[in-house]
Ligand binder design. Structure first.
Ligand SMILES: O=c1[nH]cnc2c(O)cc(-c3ccc(F)cc3)cc12
Ligand SMILES: [Mg+2]
Length: 214
């Protein structure tokens, strides 16, 4: 019977990466997706921009919207200080099941809380469920039509503080025009575009970094 793409990504990690070594997990996925089969991980080029933002923010609390196979989850968590916590929301149960195993292989399960379900349902519950006040960094990488409603929801739920950073993937490809329009014209945000390429391709894409001004 046919395996899924996430199952093939996990197999590549278990074959080529060293248990407990997050960077080898990231490298194994990038090798597989560049040479064997494309997949929608943020990838190595945009991943370097992600790394620089995470290192600069040095967040104690991170929210990731869209786990997929856990590539960016592992990439972010590997750069966090010891006490820091990362919550990642994944809608698809199949993706979540693979991501849990990728995260375990990387040895980062104690830093990461993977929550299965719709971001719109879970965002209002994060404070009570995880005792979170606000997020220092949010990585938006789920569904393009949810970037704007979920950002407004995070504002309404008081999950952002003065200085919280939003980093959004795919603002060019597939593109999130309503989100860009809102975030670039709102007086409550200061935004910056990091031009890059769609993972493993030459197509243009980029990350939008926005600071919440309160
Ligand atoms: O749906 C997506 N969620 C999160 N990230 C994505 C991502 O980085 C790329 C793409 C994508 C881009 C081009 C294409 F031809 C097909 C899919 C989708 C998502
Ligand atoms: Mg993406």
């Amino acid at each position: 019977t046919q395996t899924t793409r996430p199952q093939r990504i996990l197999a590549a990690v278990q074959k080529n990466a060293t248990r407990g070594d997050p960077r080898s997990v990231v490298k194994a996925i990038d090798q597989f997706c560049r040479h064997k089969e494309w997949a929608m991980n943020v990838g190595d080029e945009k991943g370097c921009i992600l790394d620089s933002v995470v290192t600069e923010v040095n967040p104690a609390t991170v929210l990731e919207l869209g786990t997929y196979c856990g590539y960016s989850t592992v990439r972010i968590a590997s750069l966090l200080p010891s006490h820091a916590k990362l919550i990642t929301l994944e809608f698809d149960p199949g993706n979540a099941a693979i991501a849990r195993q990728v995260i375990a292989w990387a040895g980062l399960a104690d830093k990461i809380q993977l929550v299965e379900g719709a971001s719109g349902d879970w965002i209002p519950k994060l404070k009570e469920k995880f005792g979170i006040e606000t997020f220092d960094l949010v990585f938006l990488d789920h569904w393009k039509d949810r970037y704007l409603p979920d950002t407004k929801l995070m504002e309404e739920c008081g999950l952002l503080r003065k200085g919280s950073i939003l980093l959004a993937d795919n603002v060019i490809c597939p593109g999130t025009p309503d989100y860009l329009e809102y975030i670039r014209n709102s007086p409550r945000y200061k935004s910056q575009y990091f031009k890059s390429h769609l993972e493993y391709t030459k197509a243009e894409d980029g990350l939008e970094k926005s600071v919440f001004l309160g």
